[in-house]
Design a protein around this ligand. Structure first.
Ligand SMILES: NC(=O)c1ccc[n+]([C@@H]2O[C@H](COP(=O)([O-])OP(=O)(O)OC[C@H]3O[C@@H](n4cnc5c(N)ncnc54)[C@H](OP(=O)(O)O)[C@@H]3O)[C@@H](O)[C@H]2O)c1
Length: 245
């Protein structure tokens, strides 16, 4: 199993589930979100769940200058990085005709640019982990969305960032899989978290994908050898066409 991982958006929803999945498997963790008090509590919970060591830093992913420091923090404590989970994201809805363009920049920064920067900063640590264990390699996992694969009414900007994340991570695999690094996008339909609460009057939470299913996909990817490269995994909801959120 993996030794250490960095997880963004770890305080709630899918990221929190992933952090617990990794902690239970004995993985040392760097966790981040914007709220230090949440991370402090979560740190204790993850240690109790089985992680040998958990460090955290509260960072707004829109602040590009803070991202190098986050990876440095991980490097100082764990010296290499077996997995980078770029999970945090913001959901911004609105029709193209009236979408306020000032919201575009923040969405792109959080959902896409921060992932690009974190991958860039983390590659030396990921390569080092893959070199230390060439059979297992190292993993990058990005939380994209089914809207990044199939267009959805009202989610043009969000979907565009998620489509770009898929493309970016696919190229990372092209360039880095020979070094033992596999980058995968997970593209789910609605997952039962705070982010999807706004559609719960239309789609009951009982019909959404549970966080635990996304965690199971992540843990499956973590357990693959470096010989296998999976670029994207689309998770649709039952009862839908398979092409909608
Ligand atoms: N839920 C869904 O239906 C769904 C479906 C497909 C894909 N996804 C994707 O899955 C990922 C996780 O979604 P989720 O549903 O778990 O979301 P969530 O419940 O809203 O949690 C988002 C997490 O990201 C952190 N975060 C938000 N903005 C941030 C920022 N600017 N800087 C740093 N951290 C930030 C939040 O903590 P703070 O607020 O404390 O910073 C929180 O830990 C996202 O990329 C989302 O787009 C979600």
């Amino acid at each position: 199993m993996m030794v250490s991982a960095l997880v963004t958006g770890a305080s709630r929803g899918i990221g929190r589930g992933i952090a617990f999945g990794l902690a239970t498997a004995g993985v040392e963790l760097t966790i981040t979100s914007r709220t230090a008090s949440d991370l402090e509590i979560l740190r204790h919970e993850l240690l109790a769940a089985g992680s040998p060591q958990v460090v955290f830093e509260a960072v707004d992913l829109a602040d590009e200058d803070a991202l190098a420091g986050l990876v440095e923090l991980h490097g100082e404590h764990f010296s290499s990085m077996d997995a980078l989970v770029v999970n945090a994201g913001v959901g911004t809805g609105g029709d193209v005709a009236t979408f306020p363009m000032r919201r575009v920049q923040k969405t792109v920064q959080v959902n896409l640019t921060s992932a690009m920067r974190l991958v860039q900063h983390a590659l030396p640590l990921l390569r080092s982990a893959a070199a230390a264990d060439p059979v297992r390699g190292a993993k990058i996992i990005g939380l994209s969305s089914i809207t990044g694969v199939y267009a959805e009414h009202g989610l043009a900007v969000y979907g565009a960032t998620k489509a770009a994340l898929i493309s970016f991570l696919e190229t990372v695999s092209l360039e880095e899989s020979a070094n033992g690094i596999c980058a995968t996008s997970i593209a789910p339909a609605y997952v039962d978290t705070d982010m999807a609460a706004y559609v719960s009057d239309r789609i009951p939470t009982t019909e959404m994908i549970p966080v635990s299913d996304v965690v199971n996909v992540v843990m499956m990817l973590m357990n693959l050898s470096a010989n296998s490269v999976i670029n994207r995994i689309v998770v649709a909801r039952r009862g839908t066409t398979g092409y909608t959120a």
